[in-house]
Write a protein that binds this ligand. Sequence first.
Ligand SMILES: Cc1cc2nc3c(=O)[nH]c(=O)nc-3n(C[C@H](O)[C@H](O)[C@H](O)COP(=O)(O)OP(=O)(O)OC[C@H]3O[C@@H](n4cnc5c(N)ncnc54)[C@H](O)[C@@H]3O)c2cc1C
Length: 410
Amino acid sequence: MASKQKESVHVLVVGAGPVGMMCASKLSHAGIKTTVIESDKFIPPIPKALTYTAPVLADLKRLGVLEEVQKISFADERAIWQWRTLGGKVLAEMHWSLLKDHPDPRLVKPYTLQCGQHLLAKVLTEYCRKFPSTEVLFDHALVGLTQDASHVTARVSKSGGEAFDIKADWVIGADGGKSATRKFIGQSLEGFTWDESFVAMNVRFPFPKYGWGAANFLVGGKEWAVAGRSGPLTDPWRVAFGVEVGLTDEEVIKTVAPDRLKRILPGPDSYEIVQCSQYRVHQRQVQQYKVGRVVLAGDSAHLNNPIGGFGLTTGMTDAGCISDALILVIRGEAPEELLQKACDVRHEVFATVSNPGSQKFKAMVQQDPDNICEEDQAFFENMKNDADFQRSALTGVMRLYTPVEGLMVN
Ligand SMILES: Cc1cc2nc3c(=O)[nH]c(=O)nc-3n(C[C@H](O)[C@H](O)[C@H](O)COP(=O)(O)OP(=O)(O)OC[C@H]3O[C@@H](n4cnc5c(N)ncnc54)[C@H](O)[C@@H]3O)c2cc1C
């Protein structure tokens, strides 16, 4: 059990992305002294994650920030996800409204939230700023880390200043795919990297005129694509597709995008590319989320391809479970083993749900639309004809959620 008064316990969170800020929000809400260090001067508004499903909504509601996030998102009970062929045929639809009267209290709203992840992080940062015992320090990078049985000492560097130490009782490393925390605790991401780059573009185009859903998965072999709303009605849409590795963003915009968008976009209307980013994609995870008094959450612990929206939803549910466990340990209401258990269960969730699930979504869109495999044909037929099947597909995402209460039994 915790040997110190909870008032004097200090947690350092590394990274002010959405996962780090969810951890910091939970700890702040619990009255725990928290410092967040973020190497960037601000969280850049680049096109990255945009869809967050039911488990994320549940934790945002518990913090009391769900309404704030709804304001900056596309969040609509009529939202539909569609599977289409590149040629425009609708293969199946999934209606979030089917969850409206679902008895599971954790399904707080019958829709997903769609907004840029930098905005989600911003809402949580503003939330943390309301707590006098929480500090969010931008332009502060973790450059070293040592620990003993009772403390962690983090070496922190600010641009233009001398490096200094921050002493903490616990550290949460939420510093993303290139995590320094991960390296300092001797962990590495094991798995593989796909031999393609993913392009994510924000594009203005009148998709609703052509009946497209809030999120659309285009089955098209090598020419697969995903397109969906990236925020409220006036925001540009997000279009993602794969390209060969090694192209510059300028080459993608000038030489690849015109031809690809011609086949992806459903009509002859003009379009405008507002932003474009490229990413290498991986299926990887560390062996241990917890080493001594340091724990990892989100992309610092695991990476998957983004098709299907598993990455950040898994990261946010790591944040929820791991922070809740740490809070109980700090309060002396649970032994440290609970934190270890939370980390082990989250490792298992990635290994058994997010990692295979994201690969399944990828394989589904990357198959030949004229030769769809039997399993997926059956999936599309069931989606079309069986509302209960649709409901169970919608609620299946709750497998990503690990309420800490469930870990305390036994
Ligand atoms: C194209 C694309 C689309 C995606 N779409 C979805 C989606 O729709 N739904 C979904 O669930 N997921 C999606 N993902 C995955 C999602 O973007 C990631 O899972 C998410 O960014 C993880 O958040 P994080 O907070 O763990 O890490 P990050 O967002 O990477 O944040 C880490 C932060 O740590 C900071 N940092 C790094 N090093 C240091 C250091 N040494 N010291 C201090 N700070 C540091 C970084 O500057 C950064 O701000 C998508 C990914 C891609 C590439």
